[in-house]
Design a protein around this ligand. Structure first.
Ligand code: ADP
Ligand code: MG
Length: 255
């Protein structure tokens, strides 16, 4: 199950009067992967919060398969940079936390399936503090997947992890996506990650946050890290990011 997600002319002004997002229009087709890159503070997390229904646009709207998103819904999952696991619940308890409305047997079945999907079947009874960073983020992913979302939003999900764990989880995310075909929106500040994972990269400019460029990554999967075509795509995204940040391109910055 997967759905189209669209930002339609979204503007966000916070209560303090600051204009954080201005006229953002962006769409991702069902079962596609969109990456959003942009400098710190340009409004990426704000955009995802609105996509998830946690916060409302000041103007414009977010739609999931045509229906306006006005409140958090099981159809849209959200994973943050930090795993945000409840320390007083086991991994199983955390993953099953939102499923109290189900019978215990079905809840257990779904939690077990989600844990198996993320490779944590043997850690179900562990406590969050006993997990490595990568395992904790896998648990957060399982908690999002257990609701069977049609779209999954990921806010810099791997940026707190070391490079090897990060690469491992990127590949794992692609495997999950190939299986579930959930629509994915991934916020990252890692250009390599964006071009490795995404079908399209949206580059944001700041103050106010807006879409500065959209770059299609038409490279068939499985992709090879550091292949020439991926490198070329990364250079295009980095150049667009430089332009958005209004700074000189890397080669002239360093002489
Ligand atoms: N609730 C809020 N009230 C006022 N300003 C906010 C609020 N939340 C975020 N901001 C501001 O909006 C801007 C964008 O924040 P954020 O979406 O977190 O950026 P990013 O995720 O791209 O780093 C920042 O300048 C931040 O300080
Ligand atoms: Mg953020």
């Amino acid at each position: 199950m997967s759905a189209a997600l669209a930002f339609e002319d979204v503007t966000k002004v916070f209560a303090n009067g600051s204009l954080v997002l201005s006229h953002v229009s962006l769409a991702v087709a069902p079962s596609r992967i969109l990456a959003i890159v942009g400098g710190s503070g340009c409004g990426k997390s704000t955009l995802l919060r609105m996509a998830s229904g946690l916060d409302a646009p000041s103007a414009g709207r977010v739609r999931l398969d045509g229906a306006a998103v006005t409140a958090p819904t099981e159809a849209i999952g959200l994973v943050f940079q930090e795993p945000r696991l409840l320390p007083w619940l086991t991994v199983r308890g955390n993953v099953g936390f939102g499923l109290e409305h189900l019978f215990a047997s079905e809840r257990r079945e779904r939690v077990d399936a989600a844990l198996a999907r993320v490779g944590l079947a043997d850690r179900a009874e562990a406590w969050p503090r006993q997990l490595s960073g990568g395992q904790a983020q896998r648990a957060a992913l399982a908690r999002a997947l257990v609701a069977r979302p049609q779209a999954l939003l990921l806010d810099e999900p791997f940026s707190a992890l070391d490079a090897i764990t990060r690469a491992d989880l990127q590949d794992h995310l692609l495997e999950l996506w190939a299986e579930l075909k959930t629509t994915l929106v991934l916020v990252t500040h890692d250009v390599e990650e964006a071009v490795y994972l995404a079908d399209e990269v949206a580059v944001m400019a700041a103050k106010p946050g807006r879409i500065a460029a959209r770059i299609a990554i038409d490279i068939p999967r499985p992709r090879r890290r550091r292949s020439p075509d991926l490198d070329e795509a990364a250079r295009a995204v980095a150049a667009a990011l430089d332009a958005a940040l209004e700074r000189a391109p890397a080669h002239s910055r360093h002489g």
